[in-house]
Design a protein around this ligand. Structure first.
Ligand code: PEP
Ligand code: MN
Length: 266
């Protein structure tokens, strides 16, 4: 029988008194790309590097990710820079393998109601001391989202962090509609931490900074943001990725708002 290892507070994604910012590319493309971006993340004083290895794309003709090789790159680059790593799991069959390489398992919007996946992730996260980020389904209510959490937590104690990433509305100008009211609602209904993904919500890099500011102002515990060293060449979601200069500006503005709440960014 496997015995679970409890996370010390320092290893957690969400810490009291801090705003946690996860940054990195939508998809891991190569060693050079990930190494450069991780360098930016490290230089910015952040601790968590995101990167997709298994990419759930709306079109089957779009880049699907480097899969296993992507996990290896994320692990190597994360260790090189001393960054904790975050990646999405899309299938129950790959959860165990993925957990060997990363610190945080992300469940994407398309899988919020994939209950077999949620249960598997909960079990593996509990046994292997991993954090889970559960994104809100783009057509799911807050109540459905909170019930999905219980599929994960049914396996035992796990750090679970909710992520609002935009929902479908009639408004086509932005990719989705960022439901910032979900933050105070979640705070009212539960004790769970909640972060915001402004990148997938708005779908355009120039809108990411204002929504990042707003997310922290409304009380979010952190952000997960797509950044890229060369957004125009990105294989996935370059249009919404911040370049190095924009990343610096975003962090500067977010830090200012975090201070209002007596919080530091990490
Ligand atoms: C992602 O974060 O890489 C992603 C695909 O996000 P979402 O599940 O919110 O679309
Ligand atoms: Mn993306």
């Amino acid at each position: 029988m496997q015995v679970s290892v409890k996370k010390s507070d320092k290893e957690k994604l969400i810490l009291e008194g801090f705003v946690t910012i996860i940054a990195g590319p939508c998809a891991i493309e190569s060693w050079e790309q990930l190494d450069t971006i991780a360098g930016i993340v490290k230089k910015s004083g952040l601790n968590f590097l995101r990167g997709g290895a298994f990419k759930p794309r709306t079109s089957p003709y779009s880049f699907q990710g480097l899969e296993h090789q992507g996990l290896e790159l994320l692990n190597e680059v994360g260790r090189k820079y001393g960054l904790k790593t975050v990646t999405e799991v899309t299938e129950a069959e790959t959860v165990e393998e993925t957990a060997k390489y990363v610190d945080v398992l992300q469940i994407g919007t398309r899988n919020m109601s994939n209950f077999a996946l949620l249960k598997k992730v909960g079990k593996v996260a509990h046994e292997q001391n991993k954090t889970v980020i559960l994104k809100r389904g783009w057509a799911s209510t807050i109540k459905e989202w909170l019930l999905a959490v219980e599929y994960i937590s049914s396996a035992g104690d796990v750090e679970i962090v909710l992520c609002e990433r935009g929902i479908r509305t009639f408004e086509p100008y932005t990719r989705f509609t960022l439901d910032l009211s979900a933050v105070p609602v979640i705070k009212k209904l539960s004790k769970l931490p909640i972060i915001i993904d402004p990148s997938h919500a708005v779908g355009q890099s120039d809108l990411v900074i204002p929504m990042s500011r707003a997310a922290i102002a409304v009380g979010a515990d952190g952000l997960i943001v797509e950044i890229h060293n060369e957004p125009e060449k990105a294989l996935c979601d370059g249009q919404q990725s911040l370049d190095e200069k924009q990343t610096k500006e975003m962090l500067h503005q977010v830090e200012y708002i975090a201070k209002f709440f007596g919080k530091m960014i990490r």
